[in-house]
Design a protein around this ligand. Structure first.
Ligand code: ADP
Ligand code: MG
Length: 393
């Protein structure tokens, strides 16, 4: 994408306002998943090397414009310090005298994390006054908060009206990979769609279908597609008002010789109690049973169909992966992508990234996005406000 990056400007000795997405969860003081923190480290190291004074700005959760003790950034600063192996100072405000003093005391190479920026109502309101106050702390604005780039908030967009705005190295990677598959991508091109809501996924399909030669459907949304084929899905959830949309996709695929739609032919099902688990043909789902994962034969067909692909985009787990043994299908799909040597493999979506992490193959894929909603919008072809604000090359 055609946006200036932190490499295109001089940051030596400068105060850099670095917006990051450190929206991570803790359980009993233990961080649950630090992928977003780890992915931000190349930018931090670059800024340190250049002798910048880096003021990190981040949010956690939805405090709704007021202080929520459990959502403070202090544990984030501490965890980041262990990851990067150097001191990360933090303050309990984002603006005001305490923060100004901390910034004034910074030396080149220092890192300072501000408090949860969503403690301020001006953040989500994109209040110009608040944005200006944040901007006054620094000389340049570097955005690495891809996961928040679909939100027109003060620290994501507003600060860019007062300071020169460029992308960080993580943002650059996100835009490169998601931008490539959203608009281009080497042929043949495959899309794997799973997850929960048909409408979200259809919007992605709408943007990608013209360039796709293979569409694999799994997960909760496949139930609606199976219904559109007239199949009885037992007690599985499906969206009655989306059956027509699913049918339209099926009709489009059958009218195009160069497009294959791969639907589940066998599935893993369970009864309401989740104790009786079985793999059956989609034509043999007993009443009261729910579809919770793809079956072995469907997965084998998928692996074979994906083999010649040069670009693969995956959004949406193909099963109820949070619960064993229904994680097997999604883990297998992650492995299929990992085995596609020479192809560009891109994963978007919060839960899909979690499934890839569970499979332990994130490092074998071209790109696993740190953005949930933001990656979906990119794949749908939407221009994100937090990207638009960045300077063009
Ligand atoms: P992402 O966050 O990656 O965009 P979604 O939010 O669309 O993904 O969907 C993720 C959810 O879909 C997961 O919580 C997963 O358990 C659920 N899911 C997938 N397949 C099924 C299924 N067959 N039955 C019930 N839930 C499913
Ligand atoms: Mg989700």
């Amino acid at each position: 994408m055609n946006k200036k990056t932190v490499r295109d400007i001089d940051v030596a000795g400068k105060r850099v306002f670095l917006r990051v997405d450190y929206n991570v969860q803790f359980d009993n003081g233990q961080i649950l998943d630090d992928y977003r923190l780890r992915e931000s480290i190349p930018t931090l190291e670059y800024l340190i090397e250049q002798g910048a004074k880096t003021i990190l700005c981040a949010h956690r959760g939805r405090p709704g414009g007021k202080v929520v003790e459990e959502l403070r950034n202090e544990p984030v600063a501490k965890h980041l310090a262990t990851l990067i192996g150097r001191e990360v100072k933090w303050v309990t405000d984002c603006v005001g005298p305490e923060v100004e003093a901390a910034v004034a005391a910074m030396q080149p190479g220092d890192l300072l994390l501000l408090e949860n920026v969503r403690f301020y109502p001006g953040e989500e309101a994109n209040d110009p006054q608040f944005a200006k106050q944040l901007a006054s702390l620094a000389d340049v604005f570097v955005s690495d908060a891809f996961g928040t780039a679909h939100r027109a908030h003060a620290s994501v967009v507003g600060v860019g009206y007062y300071l020169p705005a460029v992308s960080g190295l993580l943002m650059e990677r996100e835009l490169e990979y998601l931008g490539r598959v959203a608009t281009d991508g080497e042929q043949p091109f495959a899309v794997i769609l799973g997850g929960a809501k048909v409408a979200d996924k259809l919007a992605i399909l709408k943007n990608l279908v013209d360039r796709a030669s293979l569409i694999c459907v799994g997960g909760g949304i496949a139930n609606t597609f199976l219904r559109a084929q007239g199949i009885d899905v037992g007690a599985s959830l499906f969206e009655a008002d989306r059956i027509q949309d699913a049918y339209d996709v099926m009709r489009l695929a059958s009218s195009r010789n160069d497009l294959r739609l791969l639907m589940p032919t066998d599935v893993v099902i369970a009864d309401a109690a989740g104790t009786r688990i079985n793999t059956v043909s989609v034509h043999r789902i007993p009443p009261g049973f729910r579809i919770l994962d793809l079956g072995r034969r469907t997965l084998e067909d998928m692996r074979e169909a994906l083999a010649p692909m040069k670009t693969v985009v995956w959004n949406g787990p193909v099963g109820f992966f949070e619960r064993e043994p229904f994680d097997r299908g999604s883990i297998e799909v992650a492995r299929m992508l990992a085995d596609l040597v020479g192809a560009t493999t891109v994963v978007g979506g919060g839960e899909t990234a979690a499934a890839v992490a569970k499979a332990g193959v994130a490092h074998l894929l071209s790109h696993v996005s740190t953005g949930g909603g933001a990656s979906l919008e990119m794949l749908q072809g939407v221009t994100l406000p937090g990207v638009e604000i960045l300077r063009d090359k």
